[in-house]
Design a protein around this ligand. Structure first.
Ligand SMILES: Nc1ncnc2c1ncn2[C@@H]1O[C@H](COP(=O)(O)OP(=O)(O)OP(=O)(O)O)[C@@H](O)[C@H]1O
Ligand SMILES: [Mg+2]
Length: 264
């Protein structure tokens, strides 16, 4: 295993420095899939406590960008920093840094053969070496926070989609991430379950969690976002407050995107 040296424990020393510091930074990030140029000179900085909503048409690179942030996808060039520390290519440093980024996908990806409580306890025990009883107590607290503690001993298939997605959020939170990434967390849900998941996300946002959310829920975007990032063709075309973006989009691509969304 290669030992990538970075600044000695930047995460610990960074804490004391600056509460306004960027927790996630992408600098000149480039990514191709074969001939397809999916991320083009992406520059993005997300402050501690900031809620960023990423919007854009299908295929614009939103998921790919999210996936690069916890290194589910490699990048061709540029750099990604989590709380000041460059994301390493591999090894134990990567595992540690990745644990600081919680991710919730469209598909809940819970372990089907494990109970709800076990799903939430698993990573803290395996990765963070949390003692079993403590992991259990914390998991129960988190399940209560997202409103599914009564389901703790069931299996994922016995829960509704909305409940499973709330478990997925609790599972990500169990690692005490510094930032949470959400990639269309409500798109696979029946309409009546969308709000129960968005409510959990709104609460997290109001508690000061740093969040990057890809979503098509414009109501949520307006309510929760500190900043909107609009992507098209692998580029960030606009960033602004929700009012700026929704009321005064600057580019034709954004105007076109918004006109289509609003027609629905
Ligand atoms: N593993 C892959 N291999 C090859 N091409 C890929 C891969 N993943 C994504 N792509 C392509 O990269 C482009 C960006 O995809 P991405 O999933 O990031 O878009 P998106 O903005 O999340 O779209 P959507 O709104 O549909 O989820 C698309 O053209 C997609 O087909
Ligand atoms: Mg996507």
């Amino acid at each position: 295993m290669t030992n990538h040296t970075t600044t000695p424990d930047a995460s610990a020393s960074g804490q004391a420095q600056d509460d306004n510091r960027p927790l996630v930074e992408l600098r000149h990030v480039e990514k191709h899939f074969g001939d397809l140029h999916v991320l083009k000179d992406i520059n993005l900085s997300v402050r501690k406590g900031e809620v960023l909503v990423v919007l854009g048409p299908s295929g614009s690179g939103k998921s790919t960008m999210c996936r690069t942030i916890n290194r589910l996808e490699t990048i061709d060039s540029g750099s990604i920093l989590i709380d000041g520390t460059p994301l390493p290519q591999e090894g134990r440093d990567l595992t540690r840094l990745r644990a600081e980024v919680g991710m919730v996908f469209q598909q809940f990806n819970l372990f089907a053969n494990k109970t709800i409580i076990d799903n939430v306890m698993l990573a803290p025990i395996k990765v963070r070496k949390v003692p079993r009883q403590q992991a259990h107590d914390e998991a129960m607290e988190l399940l209560a926070r997202v409103g599914v503690d009564s389901q703790a001993s069931k299996y994922p298939a016995q829960l509704s989609g909305g409940q499973q997605q709330r478990v997925a959020i609790a599972r990500a939170l169990a690692m005490h991430p510094k930032v949470m990434l959400f990639d269309e967390p409500t798109s696979a849900l029946d309409p009546e379950m969308v709000n129960e998941v968005l409510d959990v996300m709104l609460e997290l946002a109001s508690e000061g969690m740093t969040m990057i959310c890809v979503t098509h829920e414009m109501g949520f975007a307006r309510k929760a976002a500190d900043r909107i990032v609009f992507m098209a063709d692998g580029q960030i075309l606009e960033t602004g407050t929700p009012d700026e973006f929704f009321d005064h989009p600057r580019t034709d691509r954004a105007k076109d995107f918004l006109s289509k969304i609003i027609e629905h």
